[in-house]
Ligand binder design. Structure first.
Ligand SMILES: [Zn+2]
Length: 249
């Protein structure tokens, strides 16, 4: 059961069933340790990320000359890892102008290309800008768009650009458009928890990590009239592209 986007430390998630696997994202230097200091269980890919809300206290030269080179070294020291989450966030343009966000995101895409590693994107309130950035650059590495809540049409555009959308529990927020249109998705997609930052339905019990992932698969399976096994097979199949990419380069 593949979780395309969760956060560490993975040791805090309890004992995980053997069939669990996923991509363990981080969002900045404070988080990178979660991907370094503990051995990742088999099937889990550590990802080194950098989000606008994590670098807003630095100026552009510091990010380019100090933080991104540190990520370069991490990728060298940890074969089999990836880059994520990185991206654009329109909610933080006051502290980090969108032009600076784009410059940094492009540098990180270049880093992924240089190391031939997968990338996980984060885009908040700027889907169109992010799609344009991917289209202009056409990174030839496996890509996911985590926490996707856009339209089936956008998912198709991203798929054609080589980017797989990943749907998290936030799709169950009341009245998200995608919730109503899940059946119209024409392209393969991932499921993710974004644990522990995942959305919980009002009044829902606090679930453990494994319960959160299983519950999300169950809900999606019901919405799509599939069995959990079918969904699991679908996501495991796409995941192979990412795991093979990181282990056979
Ligand atoms: Zn995340």
């Amino acid at each position: 059961m593949f979780d395309a986007h969760l956060h560490g430390p993975i040791a805090a998630l309890g004992s995980l069933p053997d069939r669990f696997s996923g991509m363990v994202a981080s969002s900045g230097p404070d988080d990178w340790n979660h991907c370094i200091t503990e051995p990742m269980p088999r099937g889990f890919i550590p990802m080194f990320g950098l989000l606008p809300q994590e670098y807003y206290t630095y100026d552009l030269p510091t990010v380019l000359q100090s933080i991104i080179p540190a990520m370069h070294r991490l990728l060298q020291e940890h074969p089999g890892s990836g880059i994520g989450e990185i991206g654009l966030d329109a909610r933080f343009t006051r502290s980090t102008p969108m032009e600076m966000q784009k410059t940094i995101c492009l540098e990180l895409i270049d880093l992924a290309r240089q190391h031939k590693v997968p990338v996980a994107f984060h885009a908040a309130a700027c889907d169109g800008t992010m799609v344009a950035l991917i289209r202009q650059n056409h990174p030839d590495v496996p890509m996911i768009w985590h926490g996707f809540l856009g339209s089936p049409e956008t998912a198709k555009i991203l798929h054609d650009l080589g980017c797989i959308v990943s749907i998290g529990p936030s799709v169950w927020r009341p009245k998200t458009k995608l919730q109503q249109k899940l059946r119209q998705l024409e392209v393969p997609f991932f499921l993710e928890t974004d644990y522990p930052w995942h959305y919980r339905l009002p009044g829902e019990d606090l679930l453990s990590y494994p319960e959160t992932l299983v519950r999300h698969y169950e809900r999606c399976a019901i919405a799509l009239s599939l069995t959990i096994e079918q969904l699991e097979t679908q996501c495991d199949g796409i995941a192979k592209v990412f795991t093979n990419f990181t282990t056979h380069r």
